[in-house]
Design a protein around this ligand. Structure first.
Ligand SMILES: [Zn+2]
Length: 275
């Protein structure tokens, strides 16, 4: 699933390619992904409108229209947004936004878990998972003290907590593991067991990894591609994710894989402290 660095890369591309463009036509090839309002209302609410400003919140993309309404898209597992010349046919197309200048933006999704909403008058509370997102880890207001405050008394394992969107927005299975590896923290550690210096390390690593991954345009560990259909370049720089049976890059111990709440989790049994 695309995480913060991948969705941020797509947002930056969208800002460059489609921000300010007028949507001439909306073609709905498969309406299952449209959660709100009806497909017809969705189409009528976007046709003739400009994509005024494009933002990211967690793993959500938000397109502000000049009408004051907002188009919201979540790519979930395999959703993609592809920018191309008009009339290019793409596999698994769900929605095609055709612009006035002979280009288009296509929302495709092989597995079909991705969603789109058109919200009237900034009614973000209608998407509760968007409305209840935790802080953005790369924003200035997200300080180490704020992180410490959030972690206080949390009994959950630290990895699941990092992936909980209500706790912090945008982090998933890949970047939670990478930040814990670099910080020398076992993914199953209870959050409340982390010492002060471990929390500071985790905070710094989390932010630096996310920024670094953005600079490489994200990691294509699954089906993620950018707006041009190109893979992200961060995957070869991942230090623990997907490295089961290989040597730890820090100490040479064999990387192990365990299951935490249904998600494959890689770690070094020597470097990542259990207590
Ligand atoms: Zn190690």
């Amino acid at each position: 699933m695309p995480e913060l660095p991948e969705v941020e890369t797509i947002k930056k591309d969208l800002k460059e390619k489609v921000e300010g463009k007028k949507v001439e036509k909306v073609v709905i090839a498969n309406d299952k992904c449209i959660k709100m309002p009806t497909p017809r209302e969705f189409m009528l609410g976007i046709e003739g409108r400009f994509f005024q400003q494009i933002k990211r919140r967690g793993k959500y993309l938000i397109f502000e229209l000049d009408s004051g309404d907002n188009l919201v898209i979540h790519l979930k597992l395999t959703g993609r947004l592809i920018y191309s010349l008009k009339e290019k046919k793409l596999d698994y197309s769900k929605i095609i936004f055709i612009f006035c200048d002979s280009t288009q933006l296509t929302f495709t999704d092989i597995r079909g878990f991705g969603n789109a909403w058109l919200l009237y008058d900034k009614e973000f509370q209608k998407i509760s998972s968007l409305n209840n997102l935790g802080p953005e880890p790369l924003e200035e207001e997200f300080t180490v003290d704020k992180f410490k405050e959030l972690l206080k008394g949390k009994k959950s394992d630290i990895k699941s907590l990092l992936m909980n969107q209500k706790f912090i927005a945008g982090i998933g299975n890949v970047y939670s593991q990478e930040s814990l590896f670099l910080s020398g923290i076992h993914p199953k550690r209870k959050a409340l067991s982390l010492r002060d210096e471990e929390v500071s390390k985790l905070y710094n690593n989390l932010r630096s990894i996310l920024s670094e991954a953005i600079s490489y345009r994200g990691a294509s560990v699954d089906t993620y591609v950018d707006l041009q259909g190109e893979k992200g370049k961060y995957k070869p720089h991942l230090k623990v994710y997907g490295r089961e049976g290989k040597n730890c890059l820090k100490c040479g111990t064999t990387i192990q894989k365990i299951n935490i709440k249904g998600r494959g989790t890689y770690f070094c049994p020597y470097c990542q402290s259990n207590e």
